[in-house]
Write a protein that binds this ligand. Structure first.
Ligand code: PLP
Length: 391
C-alpha cells in the first residue's frame, strides 16, 4: 500500500514551473467531456479566443499544442522547415541552442548567430547572416530564461521581412509577463507554455501562426514527418468546420489554460506587465545592495527572470538546498555556462509579488552571512523596500 499523495508546499521562484493560481487548480477538477461534445467545443473556442487576446493577435491558427513549451517549439519548426531549408537562429543562451538543435533534426541548414550569454542578439548580426543565406525562417528567443535577457524584436522582425523570411519568436517565458503583441510587431509564429507567467501547471503550449506562416505550411513539398504535431490536421480539430478527431486533448489542461487566461485578462495586460517589472526592479535593488550582480546586460533584463552571479567562495548547491529546507523556497541554478556560477530567480505570474521578493532576499542574505559573506543584515530587504515605497 502507498499513502495518499502529499507534497510539501513550495514557493516556486525558479525558472518555472511557477506557483499555479488556485483558481486554475480548481478548474482542473472539472469533469471530463467528450472531445467532440459541443459543450467542450465551446470551451475550446473560449480558450482560443483568450489566447488570441493575450498574444495580441487575430491569427486564425491559434491553439494550445498538447505538450510543454518544447512541444510548441517542435511544432513550429517541424511544420515550417523542409530538408535543406536555411534557418537563422539567434543563440545567446540555452533555449536559442534548443531551437537550433530541433531545426537541425528537421534537417535544416542552420546558421547560428551567437552572442555572449547575458547579451542580446544584435540586429546587424542577423542582417549579416541573411546576406550569406536566404533564410526561410529566423528563430529568436524573446525572454531567454537561461540568462535573464529580454531580446528587443522590432529590428530583427524588419530584417526578417525584408528578406522574406518568417520570424519565429519563443515567447515561453514572456507571455503574460511582458508584451508580446504578435500582430502589432509582425511576429509570424510564436509559442509559449502554461507554467511560467500564465501561472498554470505545465502541459500546454499556446501557439499562433499568421497567414504567411500557414501558407508556407500548406505549400510544403514534403509531408510533415510528425503526425501528432501536424498543424494542417490540428487546425481541422481546433478551428475547422468538421472538428475532425486528431488526438484526445487533455480536457483538464484546457480547463486550466482557459482559467489562467481569464485571470490574466481580469488583472489587465498592462497592469500585469507593470507588476512584473516593479517586482523585478525591487529584487535587483536588493540583490545589488548586497553585491549580487545581474548577469543580463542592464538595458535588456527580463523582469520575469533575474540571473544573479554567485559570489566567490559561496557554494551554489548548499545555498539552494538550504533555501528549500529552511524556507521552502525554490530558486534555479545556472544552465550551461552559468552552472554553479549564477542563480536564476523567477518572479513569474502569481509569484511576482512583494512578499516573495522580501522573503527571498532576506533568506539569501541570511544564508550568505552564515557562510561567511560580509554584509550588514537587513541591507537587501531595505533596498528592495525602498523601491516599493517609491510608488
Ligand atoms: C522553459 C522554456 C522552454 C521550454 O519549455 P518546457 O515547458 O520546459 O518544455 C523553451 N524556451 C524558453 C525560453 C523557456 O524558458
Amino acid at each position: 500500500m502507498h499513502d495518499e499523495l502529499r507534497v510539501p508546499s513550495r514557493i516556486l521562484l525558479g525558472p518555472g514551473p511557477s506557483i499555479a493560481n488556485p483558481r486554475v487548480l480548481k478548474a482542473m477538477t472539472t469533469p471530463m467531456l467528450g472531445y467532440l461534445d459541443s459543450d467542450f467545443v465551446g470551451v475550446m473556442d473560449d480558450t482560443v479566443s483568450l489566447i488570441r487576446q493575450v498574444y495580441g493577435t487575430q491569427n486564425k491558427v491559434t491553439f494550445p499544442v498538447s505538450g510543454t513549451g518544447t512541444a510548441g517549439m517542435e511544432t513550429a519548426l517541424t511544420n515550417v522547415i523542409e530538408p535543406s531549408d536555411a534557418v537563422v537562429v539567434g543563440i545567446n543562451g540555452y533555449f536559442g541552442g534548443r531551437i537550433a538543435e530541433i531545426a537541425e533534426r528537421c534537417r535544416a541548414n542552420v546558421i547560428s548567430v551567437q552572442a555572449e550569454w547575458g547579451d542580446i542578439i544584435k540586429p546587424e548580426q542577423i542582417a549579416d547572416a541573411c546576406d550569406q543565406v536566404n533564410p526561410k525562417l529566423i528563430g529568436i528567443v524573446h525572454g531567454e530564461t537561461s540568462t535573464g535577457v529580454l531580446q528587443p524584436l522590432e529590428q530583427i522582425i524588419e530584417i526578417a521581412h525584408e528578406n522574406e523570411a518568417l520570424l519565429l519568436a519563443d515567447c515561453v517565458t514572456s507571455l503574460g509577463g511582458q508584451p508580446v503583441d504578435l500582430d502589432a510587431r509582425g511576429i509570424d509564429i510564436a509559442y509559449s507554455c502554461t507554467q511560467k507567467c500564465l501561472a498554470g501547471p505545465p502541459g500546454l503550449s499556446p501557439i499562433s501562426f499568421n497567414e504567411r506562416a500557414v501558407e508556407v505550411i500548406h505549400n510544403r513539398a514534403t509531408k510533415i514527418q510528425s503526425f501528432y504535431m501536424d498543424v494542417t490536421l490540428l487546425e481541422e480539430y481546433w478551428m475547422g468546420d468538421t472538428r475532425k478527431y486528431h488526438h484526445t486533448v487533455s480536457m483538464s489542461m484546457i480547463y486550466a489554460l482557459r482559467e489562467a487566461l481569464r485571470v490574466v485578462v481580469e488583472e489587465g495586460l498592462s497592469e500585469r506587465y507593470v507588476r512584473h517589472e516593479r517586482n523585478a526592479r525591487a529584487l535587483i535593488a536588493g540583490a545589488e545592495a548586497i553585491g549580487l550582480e545581474p548577469a543580463a546586460t542592464a538595458k535588456h533584463r527580463a523582469p520575469m527572470l533575474t540571473t544573479l552571479r554567485i559570489p566567490d567562495g559561496i557554494d551554489d548547491g548548499t545555498i539552494r538546498k538550504r533555501l528549500i529546507q529552511d524556507y521552502g523556497i525554490e530558486i534555479g541554478g545556472g544552465l550551461g555556462i552559468f552552472a554553479g556560477k549564477a542563480w536564476r530567480i523567477g518572479l513569474m505570474g502569481d509569484a511576482a509579488n512583494e512578499q516573495n521578493v522580501l522573503l527571498v532576499l532576506n533568506a539569501i542574505e541570511k544564508l550568505l552571512i552564515e557562510f561567511g559573506y560580509r554584509v550588514d543584515a537587513g541591507t537587501a530587504v531595505s533596498a528592495a523596500a525602498a523601491v516599493y515605497q517609491e510608488s
